[in-house]
Design a protein around this ligand. Structure first.
Ligand SMILES: NC(=O)c1ccc[n+]([C@@H]2O[C@H](COP(=O)([O-])OP(=O)(O)OC[C@H]3O[C@@H](n4cnc5c(N)ncnc54)[C@H](O)[C@@H]3O)[C@@H](O)[C@H]2O)c1
Length: 429
């Protein structure tokens, strides 16, 4: 297969061109012929003009790529190696929503031919690729998995906004449904990943490895969040404690904060869903999720307590929040936990303004129902630095701080300005 791909007599297909799919499609397209398929025609039009709708890649990243962008799944017919990288969100009941994944499997199943290999990259629970996706591929194609075509799983580990740990520089875990497909999949990915390939022993192992990477992160942050609640009550500065404890060689470097986005705050629910389906109640994982999901409301509550303590009339209070994306230096607002802070404050009838130069105001309005403010105005009783975008750091903050009342509070959720901690009107997690 690799020879057919190299000679471009056959193509690689990538289904779902978001944060994960587009970089992989472009990287493959430097060596092979690629068909990039996405159901969102608007996004496809932008990519045709060398624009990444997720704003992670530059125009130059499209240069020298042999790729056809399309929103018609029929175009995948010429592909023999197809990568699926569609979203795997959760629904409002915190259950896995497999609709995009099964929809993509159906589309691929319809164009599937004997000898093809399908590799799933979407984050799922152990067993999902073989138990949920494979039957759909078989049903739609009338072919038999393992005999007529093969499947594999290769999780993605990129970190939006991180310019250092990019696709080719991260060891890629690959797996196949049998030895032959495992080798082939490793070979194809190995041709673009300079950091090397780790061949997992099975698809389930690779699926489980991905989901626990983010579950471990989620739990470590949950521990820091719980510690920060305890230390706040004890009137001890969490960052001073972490700095002191961090001098031990095996103390892990995690910080408290809001856990948003569609990975760390979502993936653990895939694992807990599967565990519960097997009759196991994952107490530790769910407990961590519970703590992290409650941090937005906690920050709002502590802000209000601070304001009340200095005699602020809450009914007339004005609060400015800086940042609304799910993390720093990205434009992605999906599953941002800043909205929890906003809603909790608004439930006390507090006048809340949100500024985020990285976010799209229209998207924020559609998703969360509030509009972004472009410039600070008048005086605020508190400023909450929620997302530490580059532009809010150092001198970037002065522009906003000038609008903070003399007695106002600076709430620094992630402790970016701990140098200000001596001031009585500073608070951080
Ligand atoms: N974003 C990350 O940093 C990251 C990191 C590692 C793993 N993941 C996982 O990778 C997967 C993809 O995440 P993402 O961040 O790239 O998502 P995304 O939302 O950025 O992009 C997904 C793309 O898939 C398209 N799509 C949806 N349904 C489709 C379908 N049926 N057919 C074709 N296209 C379809 C959407 O239009 C969108 O362009 C998820 O499982 C996610 O958990 C994401």
């Amino acid at each position: 297969m690799i020879e057919e791909l190299k000679s471009k007599s056959k193509s690689i297909g990538v289904v779902g061109l978001g944060y994960v799919g587009l970089p992989i499609a472009l990287e493959f397209a430097r060596k092979f012929r690629v068909v990039g398929f996405d159901i969102n025609a608007e996004r496809v039009e932008l990519m045709k003009q060398s624009v990444d709708p997720s704003e992670e890649l530059e125009r130059s990243d499209f240069e020298g790529c042999d790729i056809k962008f399309t929103s018609d799944p029929i175009d995948l017919q010429e592909c023999t190696f197809i990568v699926v990288a569609v979203p795997t969100p959760i629904d409002k009941h915190y259950q896995p929503d497999l609709k995009p994944l099964l929809g993509a499997s159906r589309a691929v199943g319809r164009i599937l031919k004997k000898g093809d290999i399908i590799v799933f990259e979407s984050t799922v629970y152990p067993g999902c690729t073989e138990e949920d996706c494979l039957p759909v591929l078989e049903e739609e194609s009338g072919l038999i998995g393992g005999k007529d075509f093969k499947i594999g799983y290769s999780p993605e580990r990129i970190n939006p906004g991180d310019k250092e740990h990019t696709l080719t520089r991260i060891t890629k875990v690959t797996s196949g449904m049998d030895e032959e497909s495992g080798e082939l999949i490793a070979e194809v990915y190995g041709s673009i990943i300079t950091a090397g390939i780790f061949k997992a022993s099975s698809i389930k192992v690779a699926e489980a490895a991905k989901v626990i990477e983010n579950t471990q992160r989620d739990l470590n942050i949950a521990l820091m969040n719980e510690l920060s609640i305890i230390f706040d009550r004890l009137d001890v500065n969490t960052y001073e404690v972490l700095e002191a404890a961090g001098t031990k060689w095996n103390f892990l470097n995690f910080k408290p904060g809001l856990v948003g986005g569609h990975c760390i705050g979502v993936d653990p629910y895939y694992l807990t869903y599967k565990a519960q389906a097997e009759g196991i109640i994952p107490k530790v994982i769910l407990s961590g999720r519970n703590i992290n999901d409650g941090m937005g409301a906690y920050v709002a509550k502590r802000t209000i307590q601070k304001l009340v303590s200095n005699g602020t009339d809450i009914s007339k209070a004005r609060i400015l929040i800086l940042g609304t994306t799910f993390k720093e230096n990205v434009s992605d607002i999906r599953n941002s936990k800043v909205v929890d802070v906003v809603e909790e404050l608004k439930s006390f009838s507090i006048d809340v303004e949100v500024i985020d130069p990285s976010a799209n105001s229209q998207e924020v309005k559609e998703e969360y129902g509030y509009e972004l403010t472009t410039e600070p105005s008048g005086e605020y009783d508190a400023i909450i630095l929620a997302v530490i975008h580059e532009e809010f750091l150092n001198s970037g903050l002065e522009k906003y701080e000038r609008h903070l009342k003399e007695s106002g509070f600076f709430i620094d959720i992630k402790g970016a300005f701990t140098s200000k901690k001596e001031k009585s009107n500073y608070w951080s997690l």
